[in-house]
Design a protein around this ligand. Structure first.
Ligand code: KG4
Ligand code: ZN
Length: 345
């Protein structure tokens, strides 16, 4: 089955053509980073307007690049949530139009679950049913979740962030440090020249059960206190000292985020033999190194998506449409945006 995937949930306009959840014929991603950079974060109105302007071309390019004709497309998959409402609506409206004109079924895809499936894209990766029970860590700009997959159709969310997502912690930290947007890659780069032990930032203690909504408090995350302690640290430093120390402050801040993630993964992987890590933050070099060490120690296989599928893309949306047993074909007329859609929703 050949699926056309469309992704417009945040600040990437993307389209891809994927066969049977494995063979990626094309994957086009247009990043809006330059548009949002002057504002230090994503501006929803700018994001949705740019999706309106760019999506038709991005989809055309994905079709051309794939070598398929419009008639070869069997299904259309579009992100229906979570994400920015006004951005989701652009992709959904376009997908509905295509579904009607091509007379092909339409599916609304869960963006967070699609990040997990991104690790199984490609012909050289194992299939999702070949890996047995696994833990998935989704770390992106909007989400930080630990999920246990007992089988492709049976999963349970073990822990989530109770405030900021890991990527948000990187982005807000980078803003405070004057490193620009997006913050994750900037902190990752500068930290390579710094001493991660220079400042002992808080590691996000175990959460109170009351805040965790029935999830395991030891597997929930909190990053807002870390951001505040960076703010106070910077306020206490004289302006002359900071430029010299910035690499070490960034490295220490990054280390606190990584430590909090790795500690929770260490507990979560007990009893499984694979850890899947996906989402934009999975590109972080220090996180990859630390999780690599953890998996070696625990004799667990670490499965990461190819780098082009870590950040938002549409190949994962088309892939999820094939791999996710929860996906159903809908009548184009009824598909709606679900900005607050949860992992299990
Ligand atoms: O998955 P993604 O493209 O979008 C969401 O679904 O949110 O993730 C974007 C996030 C941003 O917060 C960005 O700063 C972070 O991923 N990111 C990184 C790195 N590359 C991207 N964070 C840490 N280190 C990186 N190398
Ligand atoms: Zn994402």
């Amino acid at each position: 089955m050949i699926i056309l995937g469309i992704e417009t949930s945040c600040d990437e306009t993307a389209a891809a053509v994927v066969e049977n959840g494995m063979r990626v014929f094309s994957s086009e991603v247009l990043s809006q980073v330059k548009l949002h950079e002057p504002y230090g974060g994503v501006v929803p109105e700018i994001a949705s307007r740019s999706h309106v302007e760019c999506l038709p071309d991005v989809v055309d390019r994905a079709i051309k690049e794939s070598g398929c004709g419009w008639g070869d497309i069997d299904r259309i998959a579009v992100t229906s949530g979570p994400g920015l409402a006004s951005s989701l609506l652009v992709g959904i409206a376009y997908a509905k139009g295509l579904s009607m004109s091509l007379r092909r079924p339409l599916c609304g895809i869960n963006h967070i679950r699609a990040h997990v499936y991104s690790a199984f894209l490609g012909e050289d990766t194992p299939g999702i049913s070949d890996v047995g029970p696994f833990i998935a860590l989704v770390v992106s700009g909007g989400h930080t979740s630990l999920i246990k997959f007992c089988s492709p159709c049976e999963y349970r969310v073990l822990g989530e962030t109770i405030d900021d997502a890991a990527g948000e912690a990187f982005d807000k930290g980078a803003k405070l440090l004057g490193l620009g947007y997006p913050g994750g890659p900037a902190i990752d780069r500068i930290s390579r020249d710094g001493d991660p032990g220079m400042v002992n930032f808080p590691r996000g203690r175990q959460q109170k059960a009351d805040f965790c909504g029935g999830l395991d408090p030891e597997l929930c995350f909190s990053f807002s206190g870390l951001k505040t302690s960076l703010l106070y640290y910077l306020k206490d430093c004289s302006s002359e000292v900071i430029p010299r120390k910035i690499a070490s402050v960034a490295a220490s801040y990054q280390e606190a985020i990584i430590d909090a993630i790795v500690q929770r993964c260490e507990k979560a992987v007990l009893g499984v033999n694979t850890l899947v890590v996906a989402g934009g933050v999975s590109l972080n070099s220090r996180l990859r190194e630390s999780l690599g060490e953890l998996c070696k120690r625990r004799h667990v296989k670490l499965l990461l998506p190819a780098s082009e599928y870590c950040t938002d893309n549409a190949a994962m949306i088309a892939g999820a449409c094939w791999m996710d047993p929860g996906v159903v074909e809908v009548d184009g007329g009824v598909l709606d945006a679900e900005p607050g859609r949860s992992f299990s929703g």
